[in-house]
Design a protein around this ligand. Structure first.
Ligand code: OVM
Length: 399
């Protein structure tokens, strides 16, 4: 055991330092090329950064469990910062029951019924944005659209939705270490989480919305009435910051690649694939963890039980073993197999709606905007696991 353990490449890096969060790609290369599994001493942590190994860890839920948390904190030894998610931070068989309900609520059939509404909202948004020409792409576009359409779909009132942004920032920071980023975002935990939990109650949710459908599953006894608000909490935790930053990143990427934007503009049917390639190129969720349930082996490297393993989704999505010219953003690429939605039983349950949001925004953009330019440097928002944006000053030119 000892002899094998010493063979693991040890890399002295902090993936959760401001510098690495801001610009992770060089670190990804180093970690990915060092071996199939590497060790980061600072966090006493095993890391996988290659596509094959990330996929294998994520799909082997029996050896790499989620119930001890999917961040750095091991819930077997540390208290979670909020009551555990019934969905994200659970294993079968408990996970299976709630996943079944939430999958049905987020099924293609339910989500298709939202398409017309989403399209109308995108048209109205671009009417306004094109009148201005110069826009702040994060607030006015990337945040505006998901923050309107998704909570509307869940059935939330319009007032106070900024709480969702603050909450999402906390939830995703909490996947990393208890560093300054985490502490600072947690300063408003009490009021923000109370707002969120109040809005997970049945009486806060519009009949007919996705939240209400969760409560109907409680009415039939499929889940309990205590579980229902916690599943609505999952919608509100995972469904806003993710899509916002997916859209923000692809807008930045398109502004930086005018040739690729020209292809999209010429052929708006590329919208779906462009969004997908944007997700591969700049993975919104960069880091997710598992915990070993027993001693395991990954490509000859042994890891003890009850150990945290970090999967670097952003690195896997640029692994040259999987992708040709991985560092090139190419809207003609079909990036099927990227891991930004995870994989296996915990693969993003909202991916149908997330993709629909991205596709609709990009198709509307493609049709109505001839050219998109950055008018000043963008500013990233630092978060322990999200590739996030604070400011994106853009000019859009009408088609
Ligand atoms: C949740 C949840 C699900 C997926 C992602 C996420 C970390 C949260 O169930 O609360 O963000």
């Amino acid at each position: 055991m000892e002899a094998i353990a010493t063979q693991i490449p040890r890399i002295d890096v902090d993936p959760f330092s401001d510098a690495m969060i801001d610009e992770p790609y060089e670190m990804h290369d180093i970690l990915r090329e060092a071996g199939p599994v590497v060790f980061i001493p600072k966090y006493d942590l095993h890391v996988v950064a290659r596509h094959a190994q990330v996929q294998s860890v994520l799909t082997n839920w029996e050896s790499f469990i989620s119930s001890a948390g999917v961040g750095l904190a091991n819930f077997k030894h540390e208290a979670p910062f909020r009551p555990k998610s019934l969905l994200l931070e659970a294993d079968p068989p408990d996970h299976t029951v709630v996943r079944t309900v939430i999958s049905r609520v987020m099924s293609p059939k339910t989500i298709q019924q939202l398409r017309d509404l989403f399209e109308a909202e995108a048209e109205a948004m671009f009417d306004r944005l094109l009148e201005k020409g110069r826009i702040e792409g994060v607030k006015e576009l990337a945040e505006h659209f998901p923050l309107k359409v998704f909570p509307d779909a869940v059935g939330l009132e319009s007032e106070g939705r900024d709480n969702l942004l603050l909450y999402g920032d906390m939830v995703f920071n909490a996947l990393g270490p208890r560093n300054d980023l985490f502490e600072r975002s947690m300063e408003r935990f009490k009021p923000v989480s109370s707002w969120v939990m109040d809005h997970c109650e049945r009486k806060a949710l519009r009949p007919g919305g996705l939240g209400h459908l969760i409560y109907q599953a409680a009415d039939t006894g499929e889940i309990t009435h205590e579980q229902a608000p916690m599943l609505v909490r999952s919608f509100l935790s995972a469904g806003v910051d993710t899509t916002i930053n997916g859209i923000a990143n692809v807008l930045l990427t398109l502004a930086r690649h005018p040739g690729e934007y020209a292809k999209l503009h010429a052929n708006p049917a590329l919208a779906r694939q462009t969004f997908e390639e944007g997700l591969r190129y700049e993975s919104i969720v960069q880091t997710i963890f598992r915990t070993t349930s027993r001693p395991v082996e990954i490509d000859g490297v042994e890891i003890d039980g009850d150990r945290k393993v970090l999967t670097l989704l952003g690195a896997a999505n640029r692994d040259p073993r999987k992708w040709s010219e991985p560092d090139r953003f190419n809207v003609d690429r079909n990036p099927v197999g990227h891991l930004v939605f995870g994989a296996g039983i915990h693969g993003c349950v909202g991916q149908i709606i997330a993709r629909m949001e991205g596709e609709i925004v990009l198709r509307t953009l493609a049709r109505r905007v001839k050219r998109i330019e950055l008018t000043a440097p963008h500013e990233r928002h630092l978060n322990n696991s999200l590739r996030a944006m604070r400011k994106l000053p853009l000019e859009i030119f009408p088609a």
